[in-house]
Write a protein that binds this ligand. Structure first.
Ligand code: KG4
Ligand code: ZN
Length: 293
């Protein structure tokens, strides 16, 4: 079975063909970030999620192929199915993106329970807001990640919120405020100071995400964890989680960075799974489907 997955956000459109829910035969992303940058922000007319549904409907009408709408978060989670050795439930899944930071206990594909989430900003949102404070391009995750490589993560001690045993919730707005206050009193840093600030901010995010993920796995008796969503592409989050989970003999399943950020392949996999479950769909995007953000 070959499935065409289409995904669009306000600044990117992606398409992929996936065979049997396991092999991506093609996978492309077209970005409008440059267009938006020229206009100084997201241009609504150029950026409509509605648009891609219309395109999908037209393809479906023209070819007679069935059209299924799938949930975006389920797509992120199912990107892990494209790994050479896909994780088998039960496992814990951290979905960490521009709009979500949530932890789910996945009992089976399609059956999950939320065990934690952010109480304010999503981690990716914090990256994007901090990048803006520092005058870095949007989206801010990758530029900060790159600058952080040359920085000292201990240069500035930023706060870790909700550092309480048994609590698997996060809060990133205090961290964002701490960065803002730092910039207010020291000015927007350049050179080494900029790298140090990026590394220190990144350390705070990666530390709190990985610490709670591994603690939750231990306390909820899970042997496997999956990290997915755009922020799962983050180099420090990946390294620190592998290190901490390794000490506890917990397996970490990390889709490659291109399958963490929004892509068509993850949507095709989710569509394949939905089809296999017997869903035939009306082509409408599935907004919740049991996913509490
Ligand atoms: O999943 P995604 O592509 O879109 C949403 O569903 O939101 O996630 C986008 C988010 C953005 O906030 C972006 O800054 C962040 O993921 N991101 C990263 C990295 N790459 C993308 N954050 C940290 N490190 C990265 N390397
Ligand atoms: Zn996403």
């Amino acid at each position: 079975m070959r499935v065409l997955g289409l995904e669009t956000s306000c600044d990117e459109t992606a398409a992929a063909v996936v065979e049997d829910g396991r092999r991506a035969l093609s996978d492309v992303v077209s970005t409008q970030v440059d267009i938006h940058r020229r206009w100084g922000g997201v241009v609504p007319e150029l950026a409509s999620r509605n648009h891609v549904v219309q395109v999908a409907k037209s393809i479906s009408a023209a070819t007679g192929l069935p059209l299924l709408g799938v949930n975006h978060l389920e797509g992120h989670l199912l990107a892990a199915r494209l790994l050479p050795t896909p994780p088998e439930p039960p496992f814990l899944a951290l979905v960490v993106s521009g709009g979500h930071t949530s932890l789910y206990a996945v009992e089976a594909y399609g059956r999950h329970r939320r065990v934690g989430s952010t109480r304010d900003d999503a981690a990716g949102e914090a990256y994007d807001k901090v990048a803006r404070l520092l005058g870095l391009p949007y989206p801010g995750g990758l530029p900060i990640d790159r600058l952080a490589q040359a920085g000292d993560p201990r240069a500035i001690r930023f706060p870790r919120a909700l550092n309480v045993p048994g609590v698997y919730d996060w809060s990133f707005s205090g961290l964002k405020t701490a960065v803002r206050n730092h910039v207010r009193s020291h000015g927007v840093p350049e050179g080494q100071a900029l790298a140090d600030l990026c590394a220190s901010f990144q350390e705070a995010v990666a530390d709190s995400l990985s610490r709670k993920l591994v603690a939750a796995a231990r306390e909820l008796h899970q042997t496997d964890v999956v990290i997915c969503g755009g922020v799962a592409a983050n180099s420090r989050l990946r390294a620190l989680t592998l290190e901490r989970a390794g000490e506890r003999e917990i397996r970490v399943h990390l889709p490659p960075p291109a399958l963490c950020t929004d892509n068509g392949a993850m949507i095709a996999v989710a569509g394949t799974e939905a089809w296999r479950r017997g869903e035939r769909g009306d082509g409408q995007p599935v907004v919740d489907a049991g996913w509490t953000p």
